[in-house]
Design a binder for this molecule. Sequence first.
Ligand SMILES: NC(=O)c1ccc[n+]([C@@H]2O[C@H](COP(=O)([O-])OP(=O)(O)OC[C@H]3O[C@@H](n4cnc5c(N)ncnc54)[C@H](O)[C@@H]3O)[C@@H](O)[C@H]2O)c1
Length: 351
Amino acid sequence: VLFLSAMRRIDFHIKEINSVIIVGESLKNASSYIPGKKVFIITDSNIRRLYSEVFPDGVVFEIKPGEASKSLTVVEDICLKLAEEGADRSSFILGIGGGVVCDLTGLIASLFMRGVSHGFVSTSLLSQVDASVGGKTGVNAGGYKNCIGTFKLPEFVICDVSMLSTLPEEEYISGFGELVKTAAIADRSMFYEIIEKKESIMSRDIDMMEDLIYRSLLIKTAIVGRDFEEAGERKLLNFGHTFGHPIEVLTKSSHGVAVMQGMILAGLWSVKKGFLNDKHFHELKSLIENYGVSMGRKLPEGFRQLVSGDKKKTGDFIYFVFLLEPGRAEYNKIPVKEMFDFLDSIESENS
Ligand SMILES: NC(=O)c1ccc[n+]([C@@H]2O[C@H](COP(=O)([O-])OP(=O)(O)OC[C@H]3O[C@@H](n4cnc5c(N)ncnc54)[C@H](O)[C@@H]3O)[C@@H](O)[C@H]2O)c1
């Protein structure tokens, strides 16, 4: 039998643990990856409504879609339900959903009975390129994002790219931001492909997206594999995030849109520092603008206070990721004052 498949597999080893990521595999085949155990599924109501017909057999727990479900109350509630349904240490927990489901499922899997095996079917672009790989789990406490969490690698991550067809446009663009970030810091040819292939990317062409997701995962897993605890190189993955996070919080825009705006600001600072030339900065800026995201002329109200929130954690210095050229970045330890001088300079230029 000729078996044609665009499936691509990444074996991700960290500290003697192996996690396999399969890009292009289908939710329909998820059960074949589950090692003969009783299965408990965590999903959100959107995914259940759209895809429950092809869920593997198992007891299903449903959460409300959205960030508010990343809470200890929900963790406790599901742990209680797991116990009531007879789950034990030999059970398997499968998260089917976006980053919220994955972060929550990972945390439950590391806490329930002191840890049970788990896997993901990752359904949003953001979770396929970012949230479901790397082993970070977490929930929020009050306004503190991901402040309660663990590191636990799933046994497998299935990135079912065909499921992206039902993802709302705003969520798609949000995940796209992380793809642009990865290309910008580590893959020059992907950066230029993203510029050239806008039509295929926006129409969610499966072959195109499988290829981009796979390549971006190769980069993320290689970096995380070399620096699991973020002592060095993993910081590069924060490109655009130092300024993106406050924008996300203050303007309520999606994660990826805010990160793209943060990349424009970080690119501008890279130019001012003499790391990035004007031509490359304009390529980055117009790539992002061409996908409908621009950076307003003014920083949002309260921006400086939130950026300085970072300052408390690291004293008078911050680690900041600068772009050198498409596909190459570096992080530097910078006095916080210098960052504020940069912010002053763009505000005075824009006033
Ligand atoms: N652990 C990590 O390393 C990491 C990295 C990045 C982000 N995150 C976390 O990920 C979360 C954001 O992830 P997200 O953007 O996937 O959010 P999400 O899980 O809330 O999904 C976004 C929305 O899209 C819907 N959805 C998902 N897949 C769908 C599909 N195929 N069809 C139709 N609707 C679909 C969901 O129901 C939800 O309404 C944040 O909480 C963030 O902190 C974690």
